[in-house]
Design a protein around this ligand. Structure first.
Ligand SMILES: Nc1ncnc2c1ncn2[C@@H]1O[C@H](COP(=O)(O)OP(=O)(O)OP(=O)(O)O)[C@@H](O)[C@H]1O
Ligand SMILES: [Mg+2]
Length: 272
């Protein structure tokens, strides 16, 4: 193939770099329930963008459709200009779009260190031929050393290195959230979708988690954040997207959202 067919025009490259995630006309039905109803929005690179809305608004379903856990009924999702609709979760994660999950039960018996050693993508050691082909073995050893270093760096970054040999199930809720973030970072993502990362986290660990999100954003990472704590959303997000009954109700900066009549009405009775 020539360059002409593999390299997108410069304008497209700039545009997709500035707007890594685009969701167009997303719809997800569960039988008669329309959980996500013609939702369109995008997320700009290097931002922390909030996705908020009352309970049942469709936020988690939207995350599930973006990250491949669910197949949308209709609509498209683009990541860095590539259509990822209908791809498997691991295919999407391999492209750098990663969602934090609650820690899987099967992994909870393992130590924090083991959890992180298992997280990264593209481990050379898993490719058998590299271990048996003479000369390639050294590459595996080097990569394992490098992996260990990266694991320790990540543990230190999230300040859970003192828990390295602790079983994941013995960690507090907040520490498990930090472990979850650490595991996500080990996959070398470019964009992270965080579904209520502060839920059940004590104020000290919450500050630590927010502080880590800040410094990762400074490093160029992009975040889409679902969070019920309005103070966190209003303080941390440069942009807020509001969902209500499956649709996008508003999209703007925190001040615009706070003053938006429709948003206030949707949250009637709730403290925004
Ligand atoms: N697997 C499913 N089967 C049937 N209905 C579902 C399913 N998942 C979600 N729903 C419904 O879709 C709607 C949107 O749910 P969703 O979990 O996306 O909301 P949410 O905005 O994340 O809410 P919350 O803030 O409570 O987490 C709700 O009416 C919910 O009951
Ligand atoms: Mg939810």
């Amino acid at each position: 193939m020539s360059d002409a067919t593999t390299t997108p025009p410069a304008e497209t490259t700039t545009e997709t770099a500035a707007t890594p995630l685009r969701v167009e006309g997303l719809e997800k039905r569960f039988g008669g329930i329309v959980a996500v109803d013609d939702a369109s929005f995008d997320v700009k690179a290097g931002t922390v963008t909030g996705l908020i809305g009352p309970n049942g608004a469709g936020k988690s379903t939207t995350f599930n459709c973006i990250t491949g856990a669910l197949t949308p009924t209709d609509g498209e999702v683009y990541f860095q200009g590539e259509k990822i609709t209908g791809m498997r979760p691991e295919q999407i994660a391999n492209r750098g779009l990663v969602r934090t999950f609650q820690i899987a039960r099967a992994l909870s018996e393992m130590t924090v260190l083991e959890n992180l050693m298992l997280a990264p993508k593209a481990q050379q050691g898993e490719k058998l031929w590299r271990s048996v082909v003479p000369g390639a073995r050294q590459g595996v050893v080097d990569q394992e050393t490098e992996l260990r270093e990266r694991v320790w760096e990540t543990l230190e970054f999230f300040e859970i290195d003192h828990l390295a040999y602790e079983k994941a199930e013995n960690l507090s809720g907040g520490q498990q959230k930090l472990l979850e973030m650490s595991r996500a970072m080990m996959t070398e993502p470019e964009m992270l979708l965080l579904d209520e990362p502060m839920a059940g986290v004590n104020p000290t660990l919450e500050d630590k988690l927010l502080d880590r999100i800040h410094s990762l954003r400074e490093d160029g990472y992009t975040f889409l954040l679902v969070e019920h704590d309005m103070d966190v959303i209003m303080e941390e997000c440069e942009r807020v997207i509001v969902m209500h009954q499956g649709s996008i109700l508003a999209d703007g900066n925190p001040d615009e959202i706070r003053d938006n009549e429709q948003v206030i009405e949707a949250y009637l009775g709730e403290d925004i």
